[in-house]
Ligand binder design. Structure first.
Ligand SMILES: *[C@@H]1O[C@H](CO)[C@@H](O)[C@H](O)[C@H]1NC(C)=O
Ligand SMILES: *[C@@H]1O[C@H](CO)[C@@H](O)[C@H](O)[C@H]1NC(C)=O
Ligand SMILES: *[C@@H]1O[C@H](CO)[C@@H](O)[C@H](O)[C@H]1NC(C)=O
Ligand SMILES: *[C@@H]1O[C@H](CO)[C@@H](O)[C@H](O)[C@H]1NC(C)=O
Ligand SMILES: *[C@@H]1O[C@H](CO)[C@@H](O)[C@H](O)[C@H]1NC(C)=O
Length: 332
């Protein structure tokens, strides 16, 4: 089943980044370990960010500790640092120049901290960054300036924050971004230019927001999208041709919304896609018949069939849509 592809995509990155840990030594570092390049701290009582990492350090992991403050000079002279894992701490702010002298930094994981904001110049000098995870913080605003220099960025995880809106063109320099996770925020609408510039994007997760509709041209900027997650929003209707520019669509999840109809206006190249339409308010009329005919003609894999049911008309209420016969729709 293709359903959890995006999750796999995202966790694969986290797992691969953690592989080095087996070879790593505990920190804070001891002075005689001159050739050690990887350090892991996971003491739950550690309250101060460790110091004294040697110049050749390539990976630092300080996770599941009690660190709430990182000093401005903590990471100053580490020209080879590639990965910094700071998830599951108590960080509320970061100094503006914390990452400035880390020219080789490729991955930063700040998942599950208490960050409400980031300084404008936080990633200014980190042009090698490929992975940024800010999941599970308290970000209420995104600043375009954070992303301006990140042309190599491939994975950006902003899920489980408090984002209510996104500034237009916010991501427009991220030409290498393949995966964008905005799930479980408070988004009500998407500015139509929000995905401008994301030419490489293949996975987009918008699950668990409060999005009511998406404008027709929104996805035109992201022709390579393969996995689109819009489940558990407040979608009541979608413009007819909204997905038509997506030739490579493999998974579309529209479950747990308030949709009453969906026009089968997908790209002709889309076949064998997985589609989740469950838990909506489908009107089983001639439009639904047209959708169902399209599903069958393109071998679309309907997911969660048992909870994909008609809300109306009365005579079909509660019926499983996939099991309806052409006659059930009356004369269309
Ligand atoms: C560090 O170098 C010493 C001497 O070359 C070697 O014995 C030791 O295994 C090295 N340690 C690591 C962790 O690579
Ligand atoms: C974490 O730090 C706070 C103070 O910042 C302290 O009250 C708490 O006991 C610490 N927790 C652990 C597990 O050390
Ligand atoms: C960016 O990093 C380089 C190399 O570490 C350093 O020389 C330069 O001062 C940094 N730029 C800024 C704006 O701090
Ligand atoms: C980023 O995108 C540019 C232009 O699309 C491309 O030339 C470059 O190879 C990409 N870099 C990576 C690391 O994928
Ligand atoms: C749907 O999203 C809301 C937040 O918008 C969340 O509280 C709820 O648990 C989600 N429901 C499911 C079934 O995931």
């Amino acid at each position: 089943m293709k359903h959890p592809m995006l999750t796999i995509l995202l966790t694969a990155f986290v797992i691969s980044l953690h592989c080095g840990c087996l070879r790593a030594l505990p920190c804070p570092p001891m002075p005689d370990l001159k050739n050690v390049t990887e350090f892991i701290c996971s003491s739950p009582t550690l309250s101060e960010f460790p110091s004294g990492f040697p110049k050749q350090t390539r990976l630092i992991t300080v996770e599941f500790t009690n660190v709430s403050i990182i000093g401005v000079d903590s990471l100053r002279a580490l020209p080879d640092l590639q990965e910094l894992h700071l998830s599951n701490n108590k960080l509320k702010t970061l100094p503006n120049s914390l990452f400035r002298y880390l020219p080789k930094l490729q991955a930063v994981d700040l998942t599950n901290n208490l960050l409400r904001d980031l300084p404008p110049g936080i990633f200014r000098n980190n042009t090698a960054l490929k992975h940024v995870a800010l999941k599970g913080n308290r970000l209420a605003v995104l600043r375009s300036v954070w992303f301006e220099t990140l042309r190599q960025l491939q994975f950006l995880d902003l899920s489980e924050n408090l984002l209510a809106e996104l500034p237009p063109f916010c991501f427009d320099t991220l030409e290498n971004l393949t995966s964008l996770d905005l799930s479980y925020n408070r988004l009500r609408e998407l500015s139509p230019r929000i995905f401008a510039g994301l030419a490489s994007l293949t996975g987009l997760n918008l699950e668990g927001n409060h999005i009511q509709t998406v404008q027709e041209k929104t996805f035109r900027a992201v022709p390579n999208l393969q996995f689109v997650f819009l489940q558990n929003n407040s979608l009541a209707n979608l413009p007819a041709k909204i997905f038509q520019s997506l030739d490579f669509l493999e998974m579309l999840d529209l479950s747990q919304n308030r949709l009453t109809s969906l026009d089968p206006e997908f790209s002709d190249q889309v076949t064998e896609m997985s589609l989740d339409l469950s838990e909506n308010l489908w009107v089983c009329d001639c439009r639904m018949k047209a959708l169902l005919d399209w599903v069958k003609s393109r071998s679309i894999n309907l997911l969660s069939k048992k909870s994909t049911i008609c809300a109306s008309p009365n005579k079909l209420k509660g019926r499983e849509i996939a099991s309806l016969k052409p006659d059930d729709f009356g004369s269309c």
